[in-house]
Design a protein around this ligand. Structure first.
Ligand SMILES: Nc1ncnc2c1ncn2[C@@H]1O[C@H](COP(=O)(O)OP(=O)(O)OP(=O)(O)O)[C@@H](O)[C@H]1O
Length: 247
């Protein structure tokens, strides 16, 4: 069992990770990693495939009891997680999925409001399999945000969506985060997605955060902006993508 349980404490809405180590057998994936996320800050995490992004996210979510390791992980009390697949219960209607486990007499009303926020007003009684992939991810976002998380962990939430839907979801997620102000850790493979959405982009390599870039581009962030291109080149270089390999 990981040392998460020993290190996990409920603190103000921000993240502090210190000396985090995680290993699968002999394979050390996170090697004394340090990370802080300010309240309301949107952080994107890039890294090569297999670099340990999901392992880090799972450590923050407290979902890694099967992994050996140590270190301190401090996260807020209310943490929500969104994955690449929506993980909706197929035998529950949309509203029931959103409010599942939610207490209080106003739970259904809050669920309805949350669905309206993600553009799904009127779809409360639909079954998950009646929705498109993008709509299912909207429901997953509604389910996360109805709990007013102080920390939102998102592991490739748009990875399975087509390019157009992904662009719409970027705008939606940014809007929702501006309104609800959770701290966010977004794991993504998509460098442009990271630059469009995040206040700060991190690169995970060799078990640690090796590159950190604050994104201070004006909104809306356009990939045609030369400053955007400069940030992209910096991050791609940090990911080990050479000039010839770049699109
Ligand atoms: N349950 C497990 N048992 C053994 N090894 C694992 C397990 N989960 C992950 N790993 C290994 O740990 C390393 C990091 O995996 P992880 O999923 O965190 O990487 P990632 O950066 O999220 O990768 P990707 O971008 O491909 O999703 C990989 O080498 C992976 O094979």
């Amino acid at each position: 069992m990981a040392a998460h349980a020993g290190g996990l404490t409920a603190v103000a809405p921000a993240v502090r990770v210190s000396g985090l180590t995680r290993a699968y057998g002999d394979r050390v994936v996170l090697d004394s990693l340090d990370l802080e996320i300010a309240p309301g800050e949107f952080v994107a995490l890039l890294g090569k495939s297999g670099s340990g992004k999901s392992t880090l996210l799972r450590a923050l979510a407290g979902l890694d009891h099967d992994v050996a390791g140590g270190g301190v992980v401090e996260v807020p009390e209310r943490v929500s997680v969104v994955f690449q697949d929506s993980r909706l219960l197929p035998w529950q209607r949309v509203l029931a999925n959103v409010v599942l486990g939610l207490d209080g007499p106003d739970a259904a009303e809050r669920g309805r409001e949350s669905l309206a926020e993600v553009g799904l007003a009127g779809r409360e009684r639909a079954w998950p399999n009646e929705l498109s992939g993008g709509e299912q991810q909207r429901v997953a976002l509604a389910r996360s945000l109805v709990r007013e998380p102080q920390l939102l962990l998102a592991d490739e939430p748009f990875g399975a969506l087509d390019a157009l839907t992904r662009i719409r979801m970027h705008a939606l997620l940014r809007r929702l985060c501006d309104r609800h102000r959770p701290a966010v850790l977004l794991v993504t493979h998509d460098v442009d997605e990271a630059i469009v959405l995040a206040d700060r982009v991190l690169v995970l390599s060799d078990g640690r955060i090796t590159t950190e870039r604050t994104i201070d581009l004006d909104s809306p962030r356009e990939s045609t902006d030369p400053r955007f291109a400069e940030v992209r080149a910096h991050l791609l270089a940090a990911l080990g993508v050479t000039g010839e390999e770049r699109p």
